[in-house]
Design a protein around this ligand. Structure first.
Ligand code: BGC
Length: 775
């Protein structure tokens, strides 16, 4: 054998030995694999591999993935939006199959059930689709607080209250993760407007942060144990959230004890090295400039390897939990029928009955005159990445009502269908766009002719008029969208006159993404049902409630104010900004530098949260301001009685029991809301009362009773004291109030509460002086 051949053989043998001695990733050797990784591999693992919108991706139409390092047995893992269901293209060019996913109810619908098990069922079904289609990780739940009714992503969010938001999100997370799929609560934190979302600086007091905005996430972290959390686009008190070590490392990791992985929102932030230092482990969808910056910072010693290793370790710990790592043999055949049943049930359970004069609802079988464009074009959810890809269906109201045994007025069906065909053709001469972030334009409300009104009032037993509002990502709703248009008001008023003249009733359905004005028109309606947006089975679910097959048990998760501007927070919200580009996500990185230099504008470049802790009912209730419908409100077709309220003190916990009885004639479920009012709340600048626990009964037959129990800890009752940097519950007699809405107390007890103090870090201070509202 020649020397040359010998040398080649020796090199090959060394290579084989090297490969054999390389560790391969397992759940118990993460550190060993980390040690074996090169700097290049580490930098890659911390960045996404781009978006997978194109047809040639493994999962077309999904949001992204992580890098694989095959030599160390590290696979790619795959993530997708979103909130209302797995967002993925329904077709693939290389095979003839359909890859259909389920369109679930929008989040505010889920929250309005006040039922953590409903949220769990939705999360579990979504998690199952993610798993069965071969992905690992869903970019949901979105759970920013509904600080304004105009926020463009309210359809993706749960509530104005942090406890309700956190608990519903925790149900969703537990459901997703029960399928071995990672959930991602987002957008952490204070991403409460879409206008200029990549650069807006949310200026928030430490107290409001702790009691409201962080609180919702604290609840989901502690109860739901999510595997990942997504940071937001905005700045918080001057610093991008993903570049803020106080926020991620000090509060979430040190104080809350969370061990998961932070991922950025897509193309968020400015300085990738700061993100790594702050503990934002993965930057999605990944940019070359980020790779370069991180690599160079480590090489030059500006970014310690130990910091980078901590980030990589958290990514690896996520990877070993996933289905891709376990090579789950997915078949792309989830049980879509079973998931459709979940949609229908949760959509109906989330509907809120706002008004029902003289038992207008439920409707007995009969002839329905359907009015309003939205009656013929239901809005099943919002637009943007929280909405669904094309390919899913929405059961129409006509189909739902017919299946429930109602007759739908044919003349109206024909007239509206013709009108909408023409109006849509004019709005979209080239067909409706497949995807938009902001909601696409909708046809102007059809005008009603006298003959159509007279004829339908004669031929039908009842009129149903649907009002629709759609919101979407990257733009907030303009103030005008809160109100009905002149054409909507006129149609409703005219049909109400004709039907009432004929001795017939008028039902209004609100197929809306967030509260709208009801004060100016509600006298025209005998009943108002807020259907919210119910996903693909919406037509069936609405018919279930209208017919009485389902007795409504939803409660409002957000206050309906009388006019826009009534809430203190409305003063600092971009309600009149018309520049749609301000919300764009396509400001690829380096956000600040790409924005045009200009004088900082209020509510665009920065938003002062001057209302402080007085968001939603905390404001209306504490300052005695009237509302159209309060937080927690919702009627039923039956009635409930509350008795035997008892509070037991066990250690630092207070357990509250109350018996609920169905005193009406129909079976129904009821939500029990426990608010607590602190003594001397005015002097201490505390809200009048705050939601501290809630429960939902099972379906109670007429005359049936159920005792529900809720537990409140001493910590739950604390307020944040900025001077002491501590959670403090003052000793005293507190009123525990069992309520059926923020305005209606059903039973109460006085409870002596002991002092409680828990010190935390003095972090996240605003850099400017805020003009905070005080009671
Ligand atoms: C949204 C996120 C979403 C991401 C990936 C962003 O525009 O804010 O909610 O998960 O895109 O699609």
């Amino acid at each position: 054998m020649t020397a040359k051949k010998l040398f080649t053989l020796a090199v090959a043998a060394i290579n084989v030995l090297c490969v054999m001695s390389q560790p391969r990733l397992r759940a118990d050797n993460v550190d060993e694999v980390l040690q074996a990784m090169t700097l290049d591999e580490k930098c890659h693992l911390l960045l996404g591999c781009g978006m997978h919108f194109n047809d040639d991706a493994k999962f077309p139409g999904t949001a992204g993935s992580s890098y694989a390092v095959p030599r160390l047995g590290i696979p790619s893992i795959y993530c997708a939006d979103g909130q209302q269901g797995l967002r993925m293209s329904a077709t693939r060019p290389w095979d003839h199959r359909d890859y259909l996913t389920t369109d679930f109810p929008a989040s505010m619908t889920v929250a309005s059930t006040w039922d953590c098990e409903a949220a769990y069922a939705v999360g579990k079904a979504i998690g199952n689709e993610v798993k069965e289609y071969g992905l690992d990780w869903i970019l949901a739940p979105s759970m920013n607080l509904m600080r304004s009714p105009l926020c463009g992503r309210n359809h993706e969010y749960y509530s104005e209250d942090p406890l309700l938001s956190g608990m519903i999100a925790a149900g969703y997370v537990q459901g997703v993760q029960s399928e071995g799929v990672a959930a991602t609560p987002k957008h952490f934190v204070a991403n409460n407007q879409e206008t200029n979302r990549n650069n807006n600086d949310a200026r928030v007091s430490q107290r409001a942060l702790r009691e409201l905005y962080l609180r919702a996430f604290e609840v989901v972290v502690k109860k739901g144990q999510p595997w990942t959390i997504m940071t937001s686009y905005n700045k918080l008190n001057g610093t991008y959230t993903l570049e803020n070590s106080e926020l991620l490392n000090t509060v979430v990791r040190k104080e809350w004890g969370w061990k998961g992985m932070f991922v950025s929102d897509w193309n968020a932030g400015q300085n990738p090295v700061l993100s790594m230092k702050a503990g934002n482990d993965m930057l999605q969808p990944g940019q070359d400039r980020q790779y370069k910056a991180i690599y160079e910072a480590v090489e030059s010693g500006r970014l310690p390897m130990a910091v980078l290793d901590a980030n990589v370790r958290r990514v690896l710990r996520l990877i070993v939990k996933t289905h891709s790592f376990a090579q789950y043999p997915y078949q792309s055949q989830p049980d879509l029928q079973q998931h459709a049943d979940v949609v229908r049930r949760v959509a109906a359970d989330g509907m809120v009955l706002l008004k029902n004069n003289h038992e207008t609802l439920p409707l007995s079988q009969g002839r329905i005159a359907l009015f309003g464009n939205t009656s013929y074009e239901l809005i099943s959810g919002g637009s943007g990445f929280g909405g669904m890809s094309t390919g899913h269906y929405t059961v129409s109201l006509v189909e739902g009502l017919r299946a429930a045994g109602f007759t739908v007025n044919e003349q109206l069906l024909k007239t509206y269908s013709q009108y909408l065909r023409q109006a849509n053709a004019q709005l979209f001469p080239h067909g409706k766009p497949a995807f938009t972030l902001a909601p696409p334009a909708r046809p102007e409300e059809m005008k009603l002719s006298d003959s159509l009104l007279t004829q339908s009032a004669r031929d039908a037993d009842v009129a149903v008029f649907t009002i629709g509002r759609k919101s979407g990502e990257a733009t907030d709703r303009p103030k005008t969208d809160f109100y009905l248009t002149a054409a909507e008001k006129e149609s409703l008023h005219l049909l109400s006159q004709s039907f009432h003249k004929a001795g017939k009733k008028v039902v209004v359905l609100l197929d809306i993404c967030s509260p709208v004005d009801v004060t100016s028109w509600q006298d025209d309606a005998d009943a108002i049902l807020c259907t919210w947006q119910g996903g693909q089975e919406m037509g069936f679910a609405v018919a279930d409630v209208l017919s009485g097959k389902v007795n409504p048990s939803g409660k409002l998760s957000m206050t309906f104010e009388r006019s826009y501007g009534d809430a203190y927070a409305d003063r600092n919200f971009p309600s009149e900004v018309d520049d749609k580009t301000l919300g764009s996500m396509f400001m690829w990185g380096n956000n600040d530098q790409q924005a045009q230099p200009r004088e900082l504008q209020k509510d665009i470049d920065f938003t002062n949260y001057d209302e402080d802790i007085y968001v939603g009912y905390r404001y209306f209730d504490s300052f005695g301001k009237p509302v159209a419908y309060p937080f927690g409100y919702g009627l039923s077709y039956t009635t409930f009685d509350y008795s035997d309220m008892k509070v037991k003190k066990e250690g630092g916990n207070y357990s509250v029991a109350v018996t609920v009885e169905n005193t009406g004639k129909r079976p129904g479920r009821n939500v029990v809301e426990l608010f607590v009012a602190a003594p001397d709340s005015r002097r201490l600048n505390k809200p009048e009362k705050e939601l501290r626990a809630f429960a939902k009964t099972r379906l109670l037959a007429p005359g049936e009773r159920q005792t529900v129990e809720m537990t409140v800890t001493a910590a739950d009752l604390a307020s944040f004291n900025e001077k002491k940097s501590a959670w403090v519950t003052d000793a005293g007699v507190y009123r525990f109030l069992v309520c059926s809405s923020a305005e209606k107390v059903e039973a109460q007890a006085n409870v002596r509460v002991d002092k409680y103090v828990a010190k935390v870090h003095n972090v996240l201070k605003p850099k400017v002086r805020l003009d905070l509202l005080h009671r």
